[in-house]
Design a protein around this ligand. Sequence first.
Ligand code: SF4
Length: 441
Amino acid sequence: MSKKVAFYTLGCKLNFSETSTISRQFEEKGFKKVPFTDTPEIYIINTCSVTDNADKKCRKIVREARSISPDSYIAIIGCYAQLKPKEISEIKGVDAVLGAAEKFRLIELLDGFIKEKETRVLASEVSEAKDFVHSHSINDRTRTFLKIQDGCNYLCSFCTIPLARGKSRSDTIENILNKANEIAQTDVKEVVLTGVNTGDYGIVDGKRKYRFFDLVKELDQVKGLDRIRISSIEPNLLSNDIISFAAESKRFVPHFHIPLQSGSNKILKLMRRRYLRELYAERVAKIKSLMPDACIGVDVIVGFPGETDEDFMETYNFLNELDISYLHVFTYSERANTDAVEHKDVVPMKIRNKRSKMLRILSEKKRRHFYESQLGKNHVVLFEDDISDDGMMHGFTENYVRVSAKYDPVLINELKKVRLERIEDDGRVSVTEIENEVLAH
Ligand code: SF4
């Protein structure tokens, strides 16, 4: 009988797409993929180093796995595994730890998944993680996360990702187009382009071969792809060319997620980000001038060492005035082996939490304001396969407004033209359908 394997993923979309690829490798070799609670013989836990308390979370999941299936083989992969292989190997119940260069060869390296006395640690230096390994998720039939790039050559002073994932490297345009054409033949309606530093797309075998814009133009030609979303892009890499092109494109959606991290130039410099707030504001203005209904999401970090009340208020006021739609707020937390951890002006946790709360409230205000600006307008929704307790289903418009409608299985995975009616108590927007036919794609 085939062995059962279960997966657990922490962290970003990239991790999800990679887990998906690894799970397909298992299925191809005859393993049976099962839910976490279905007493599998093997557990693969894909970890994240950005997540706060990565260590605690990893331990907790290992504990859960052992209580469900005490004799199971437990392998840990992902960013945290690359950064702290020894620590992880000491967690009770862990049988193997694999680094960035090894995780895609897991089945071959852990031949047979036989439990041994000693935990196996197969994590070479991150400089060994040179190959680009294609990944895309196919668990969810409405959208797929397509990995186009991995690693990062930037040296932001707070970030461990380059240490966990290695240098920037990309898939070739040819491979990506082949994948995109394959996806276009399936039921999937939306492709989300993912990477560690997506806008840096184009380094192949250590040399710059393309620009991200080259890929954008090519992907826009793929027939049968309904929607293409860029998961996140650095402001300095989101060129006016890309913005103008997206404004004209039928496939690239008017939704941009652009990390800002701080609205204070002093802090941006300490963070070693590659832009100043003025450039960020220009990008937002450009997007809004060409796509007034575009949704713009912002990553921001509060409590970076040296961030005074004035610096924080600079960020707050900057964001308050900026025409953006929502924030992802991160509370700065110290990471070993980064430069930021050496800074002396540590911001007390209480203040970090207070700032974080202020920005979360601002985010809600921004989102509501953005949603209100969309009421009465027509948009296309991609409905998802979910039903909530109150009998509603959900979906996103092209410009990332979360909508709800009465559950109707016929709508699942369909693109429907709707009018946005009103903001409900749960924050979602109710809609009315204005056309019965499925939109052509
Ligand atoms: S751009 Fe900066 S924050 Fe983003 S992955 Fe690279 S080093 Fe980390």
